[in-house]
Design a protein around this ligand. Structure first.
Ligand code: SF4
Ligand code: SF4
Length: 377
């Protein structure tokens, strides 16, 4: 077992919040077409409030801290916050679009000891990237920022969110990451907005593109293993927890609201009203999230994919039931393996083209998947 797995197990057994994702602002200097945030900047946490909360996180055992947004560097005190977090010995990851990175900022991040910086790059083609960010010149500015951070000695990861408009551009983004000595990570998940508006889901990759991604050795490694039918379900899987959200990790909004995860908008308490440890230990909502084992899930508990599915309880929550299937993950499991899912049989599968329904992701069996149901085991 790796050191990280041991650490996670220990944190889980002791109910320690190992990782916190803190969005310091929702304001942004880009307007990405698929973004799940409203860019409201009213009444954000102050520097003193954030530093106070960081002390509380440290006292409760938090080790990994992701500072993100919005664009976190739009806050004038962002470096002050990062430096204070490093004084408290957090392992800090910064998510930024790098537009505001100049030589001085790159050097300062390096001197502060930020562990890694993640930058979203959508395409190697300026016209595609800039159309997604809705900011002309953004690709060249982000790449300039990345090169300065690399020159300063920072670890940089290209986060390549795949969607309809850049579906075929990942080889170019991978090449740019390699050329700058950066890591590369791909994410085909477009999530509904945090207020439940699912219109951005229309940007999701069409099924045939997602199927091609899952069969690309440069992206998934061993295709045969990656696309293998799910193994039999055992008691270990049935007793497992859905994911780390609310167990060893949580998310804090720019107003101090605590949620199990950035992708799980279940309000669990506010840090302006209660201390972090009070919410972590006493929130009824977190208690409910923690009580759920795989065997308790409706539909999923009888699914052959239960042990290998990337099912996200946050996406399931946004569809109306945190114990239910996440249709985006149903689709992924099916496109990856060709094995029909329990969720599909129960009628849960999202159509990337379906029109939004107020507050909920549209649930509908797309005809392109429906015709393949005869492959059911
Ligand atoms: S599976 Fe979903 S809720 Fe769980 S950690 Fe991942 S994104 Fe968050
Ligand atoms: S494939 Fe669908 S039904 Fe099966 S475990 Fe995943 S989300 Fe649940």
């Amino acid at each position: 077992m790796s050191l990280m797995e041991q650490l996670n197990r220990k944190a889980l057994s002791l109910s320690v919040p190992l990782s916190v994702h803190l969005d310091v602002t929702y304001r942004c200097n880009e307007r990405c077409q698929h973004c799940y945030l409203e860019h409201d900047g009213e009444n954000e946490l102050t520097t003193a409030e954030i530093c106070g909360f960081l002390k509380q996180f440290a006292a409760t055992g938090v080790f990994f801290l992701t500072i993100s947004g919005g664009e976190p560097l739009l806050r004038r005190d962002c470096f002050e916050i990062i430096e204070f977090a490093r004084e408290l010995k957090f392992n800090v990851k910064l998510k930024t679009n790098a537009l505001l990175i100049r030589e001085q900022q790159a050097r300062r991040l390096r001197e502060t000891g930020v562990e890694q910086v993640q930058v979203s790059i959508y395409s190697h083609k300026p016209e595609v990237h800039d159309a997604i960010t809705r900011l002309p010149g953004s690709l060249s500015r982000s790449l300039a920022g990345i090169r300065l951070m690399r020159a300063a000695g920072l670890k940089v990861t290209f986060a390549n969110v795949l969607m309809k408009s850049n579906a075929r551009d990942y080889p170019g983004v991978q090449a740019l990451a390699a050329e700058t000595g950066s890591h590369y990570t791909l994410d085909p998940t477009i999530t509904p907005m945090l207020d439940g508006d699912s219109s951005v889901v229309a940007w999701r990759l069409p099924p045939e593109e997602l199927r091609a991604v899952f069969r690309n050795q440069r992206l998934v490694g061993n295709v045969e293993d990656f696309c293998a039918p799910p193994p039999p379900i055992d008691d270990g899987i049935r007793e497992g927890i859905p994911c780390s959200a609310g167990h060893t990790s949580c998310y804090i909004s720019p107003w101090g609201d605590l949620y199990p995860c950035v992708q799980f908008p279940l309000p669990c308490g506010n840090l302006r009203q209660h201390s972090f440890s009070e919410i972590w230990a006493g929130s009824a909502q977190l208690g409910e999230v923690r009580s759920i084992r795989a065997k308790h899930l409706s539909t999923c508990s009888s699914c052959s994919h239960l042990g290998t599915c990337t099912r996200c309880p946050g996406l399931a929550f946004m569809e109306g039931n945190m114990r239910g299937p996440s249709s985006a993950d149903c689709e992924k499991s099916f496109l990856r393996t060709g094995v029909v899912t329990a969720g599909m049989l129960a009628g849960h599968a999202v159509s990337p083209l379906a029109p939004p329904r107020s507050g909920l992701v549209q649930i509908q069996l797309p005809s392109s998947l429906g015709t393949l149901q005869s492959t059911s085991p």
